[in-house]
Design a binder for this molecule. Structure first.
Ligand SMILES: NC(=O)c1ccc[n+]([C@@H]2O[C@H](COP(=O)([O-])OP(=O)(O)OC[C@H]3O[C@@H](n4cnc5c(N)ncnc54)[C@H](OP(=O)(O)O)[C@@H]3O)[C@@H](O)[C@H]2O)c1
Length: 346
């Protein structure tokens, strides 16, 4: 299976991206995160060829941690900027949206560059909390200006729905990617987003694919307990609006059987299933520790058969998926909004 994708401008990223939200100060709900182990994990991932990292300006402490990693690589004496790819996000605070201007945008981008000790940001993914607040397109063009200035290599989007992605494309912005929640539980991108994106050369970067760990062996045969991380809080809502815990318990053995036939894990099967969907450029897998690296590298070392792909699709098609477009509930439903932190940037 293809392990990397190369864009027309030569920029190349991994199809399995190391997701770093899990290392932010606000993510772990039940204990402390061993950041030394996480850094060891970064080195191991790169040694295994998993060189692309995803973070955000709003993941507290994470751009700085990646900066520490970059310094360590520099210290090793044979570091070149293109050895690793760092994707960050530009997520202006919801309370500040009406005031975002040229100065605000450049200040935040400069801060990301400084935190990460990079010359250029490989990919900035733009998130806009509220489509009812004017200024989204002007802000997107500020990112284009910074791209022309040489501070940003590529521009991507984050949680944009089809209509807003089209708005960007129609305005002439060269959007290379869009992050969307996409998993066996959350199939909202299949409504229109995947097709529109694929037709316009925009790669979908999926998150939530492992549902914070629920879509792995660990939860097979288990009863529902309290969430350990913010991811799990998020994906419990999705689970409630799709298969439910009972449906999950029926799905996991189906996945396990397929996994066993390839001598891989449920996580590998679930990730490859999403990677096989049209227009999906990459799946981001949360990297909280070095624990799952040896397992996750196997994701691209086998091939699900068309029969297995159909078996999984047929199973999940018996269940509903959350309503609306990508991130619509998160923008409109008080239940979904109640767990989202919207003012961590500034
Ligand atoms: N744009 C957005 O709004 C948005 C939202 C969410 C995430 N993201 C991005 O996507 C990345 C992934 O986050 P996510 O929420 O989608 O999390 P996820 O990948 O669904 O879940 C990550 C968790 O799954 C467990 N895991 C990973 N590999 C495993 C394996 N092989 N076997 C068993 N368990 C495994 C680990 O849990 P334990 O550590 O507990 O073992 C890990 O912390 C984030 O880091 C972030 O970069 C973006």
């Amino acid at each position: 299976m293809q392990t990397k994708i190369r864009l027309a401008n030569g920029y190349t990223f991994n199809r399995v991206i190391n997701g770093c939200w899990q290392l932010s100060a606000e993510h772990n709900l039940t204990g402390t995160t061993d950041l030394k182990d996480a850094l060891r994990g970064f080195h191991e991932l790169v040694a295994q060829g998993f060189t692309t990292f995803d973070c955000a300006d709003i993941y507290t402490g994470v751009e700085e941690l990646i900066g520490r990693f970059v310094q360590e690589l520099k210290g090793s004496g044979h570091y070149q900027e293109e050895d690793i790819q760092i994707h960050t996000k530009f997520v202006p605070d919801k309370s500040q949206l009406a005031h975002v201007d040229r100065t605000y945008v450049e200040r935040i981008i400069d801060r990301s560059l400084q935190r990460m000790h990079r010359e250029v940001i490989d990919l900035v993914q733009f998130h806009w909390w509220d489509f009812n607040v004017a200024g989204m397109m002007d802000t997107a063009f500020e990112l284009v200006r910074l791209q022309e200035k040489g501070k940003i290599r590529n521009i991507g989007m984050c949680n944009m729905d089809t209509e807003r992605l089209k708005q960007m494309v129609d305005a002439g912005i060269n959007v290379v990617s869009n992050q969307a929640q996409y998993s066996l539980l959350d199939r909202r991108p299949e409504k229109t987003l995947l097709k529109y994106s694929a037709d316009h050369g925009i790669y979908t970067f999926a998150y939530g694919t492992l549902a914070g760990g629920f879509l792995t062996e660990r939860y097979m045969g288990q009863s529902l307990g309290a969430p350990e991380t913010r991811s799990q809080v998020k994906y419990l809502q999705i689970l409630e609006d799709s298969l439910g815990w009972e449906g999950l318990q029926k799905l996991l053995p189906v996945l396990k059987k397929i996994a066993q036939s390839h001598q891989v894990s449920v996580s590998n099967v679930v990730t490859q299933y999403i990677l096989n969907q049209p227009g999906v450029g990459a799946v981001m897998i949360g990297t909280r520790s070095s624990r799952h690296i040896d397992d996750n590298v196997r994701t691209l070392q086998f091939q699900l058969t068309p029969t297995e792909m159909a078996m999984i699709r047929n199973f999940i098609s018996q269940y509903s998926t959350p309503t609306g477009e990508c991130y619509e509930l998160e923008r409109t439903s008080p239940r979904y909004q109640s767990i989202i932190l919207t003012d961590l940037d500034d």
